[in-house]
Design a protein around this ligand. Sequence first.
Ligand code: 3HC
Length: 679
Amino acid sequence: MTDPISSHRDGEVLVVVSNNPPVNALGQAVRAGLQREIAAGLADDAVKAIVIRCDGRTFFAGADITEFGKPPQGPSLPETLDAMEASDKPVVAAIHGTALGGGCEVALACHYRVAVPSAKLGLPEVKLGLIPGAAGTQRMPRLVGAEAALPLVVGGDPISAKKAESIGLVDAIVSEDNLEADAVAFARSKIDQPVPRASEGTKNEDGVRNPAIFDDFRRSQARKIRGFDAPNAAIEAVKAAGELPYAEGVKKERELFMKLMTGTQSAAMRHYFFAERAANKIDDVPADTPLIPINKVGIIGAGTMGGGIAMNFLSAGIAVTILEMQQDALDRGTKTMRRNYENTAKRGRMTDEAVEKAMGLLSPTLNYDELADCDLVIEAVYENMDVKKQVFAKLDEVVKQGAILASNTSYLNIDEIATATKRPGYVLGLHFFSPANVMKLLEIVRGKETRDDVLATCMKLAKTIGKVAAVSGVCPGFIGNRMLSPRQQQANALIMEGANYWDIDDVLLEFGFPMGPFQMGDLAGTDIGWHRDPSRIETIRDALCARGRFGQKAGKGYYDYDEARNRTPSDETKQIIADFAAKEGKPQREISKDEIRERLLYPMVNEGAKILDEKMAQRASDIDVVWINGYGWPLYTGGPMFWADTIGLKTVVEGLEKHDLPVSDLLRRKADAGEKFNR
Ligand code: 3HC
């Protein structure tokens, strides 16, 4: 293996360069090389200052995550950085790309930081269930203050070079194309001056003067950090930076870091980091498959779904033609899109110019012919096979050859839809999740005839529009809804057997889901798909609708709602359920939360195993990606399949058997062999 670290001289400045593609992760060879070159620079009297920079697309993007969980190999990052910071010769970090995690900690241990305008800096360790582990939680508050450090360390989102400069994290912004020379000039200007060390900074005193900032920040993030261990540890570490001398603060950080590193949450979140990247790869489609250029997208249907889908492309600067059958529906859809953008602008998350730019890329039409020159058309019409087939036959007629035709169906057979066209190779499913401009998941459904270039193009496009993609084969409900179905069946069965419906929601909330199935029913409206005949009561939902319990919009559904839409269990609903169960001859019993949890979640794992066995998902981790991004499965458990691995597949099988629920062949085989879904 070639040495990733080299150095060269520019007069009295030593330039240390890392070349460790793709992201200059700080693996053992990088740490050893840095330590070696810096020691050489410090020992050489002719060297008066040091610049550290990286080749390739980015400054160090963090510790090498693939080394986590393996026996540590020296030198450690903290010891490498301490030796560097101790230098009396100025050391300057020259930053481009993303200085993240350990990379940001390298920059913090340098005496100065210069960055190009496009650079970003951040401490995203919390997103891996960790906190910074190379004194980042101690140097950062001392350099920029606890108040400015909290969002960086606890939130984990990177900030721009400009913002970093405004809080004192970056000393100078240099020209985009002249980083090394500008950094060398900066370093030269600091020769023979006393060096400022972040570890000796005093800005952290803001947290001592006003200790309320920590609890205030925790409260402000309560919803976001619910269930996660790392953000609370991060707050504790930043607080310690004000309360303890530096060396003790570092010790405290290490303790917190090691506890997180050996816990299940971080293992789960590291699994997810690699799962998301793996999901982007299709095993039998070569990475260099030529892509189809997508410059114009057609959307059929300007309702909530079509409009949301369109916004993804508009926001990414791709022109959209949106088609409706009636002028008023088209106008309504266009207006909603504009209002959504304007609301985003009002919240400061978009400029007015960006709103106009996005809306300027939209062409509303009532005429199919205007879709002729689209490179991709996505239909988001009514979920009915005949309707979909008609739409695809029409598209096949009017849209140019070589264009991709996609359905947003959530469960219909893509192969059957493709038969309505003479180009089945260009047909696939692009299943967006509502609200489509917000939800991260895009399930890409691969038909039996879908061409490689069509798939590869859509995978790339998903990234362009900021989605996380996972490929599913053709089966009812694909990966996501197929696994939702047994959970819903169990939820319905449980309330018929006497379980409290609020216990079912609470079990899922306690597990980490944002909401349970009955809350979801109320939010969506219990009357969706209702036959509108109050005398015809075939389900509990029919009975709720017959009493006007249509959900949140009516102030009552499964739950009663107050003005602020807070839910309370309803006696009327409980009676409705009891009466319905009695009518069906279902005996009632008390059902524990443990039974509820097992009966809701284990059948999902079982369905996941069937999906894997039938090769409807490429890998178990793809299933985790779908459920985390599309259905609110808590990230800190790693997704249903990783979670099942964590609790043991034998436990899942025993649980299913205990409740007389089916066990699939693959699940049983793996449990018997002591195997896991994820290696
Ligand atoms: N370690 C090991 N591999 C890494 C890595 C890391 N820190 N960061 C990225 N990679 C790998 C990815 O797995 C991917 O590999 P693949 O091509 O085989 O799938 C490859 O590098 C490219 O990554 P992306 O596909 O994510 O490339 P992007 O250009 O989309 O994004 C990035 C680049 C913004 C740097 C993104 O990769 C990222 O966010 N990386 C993680 C950053 C991070 O979390 N750093 C903190 C690490 S923990 C730490 O530093 C602890 C310290 O405090 C001690």
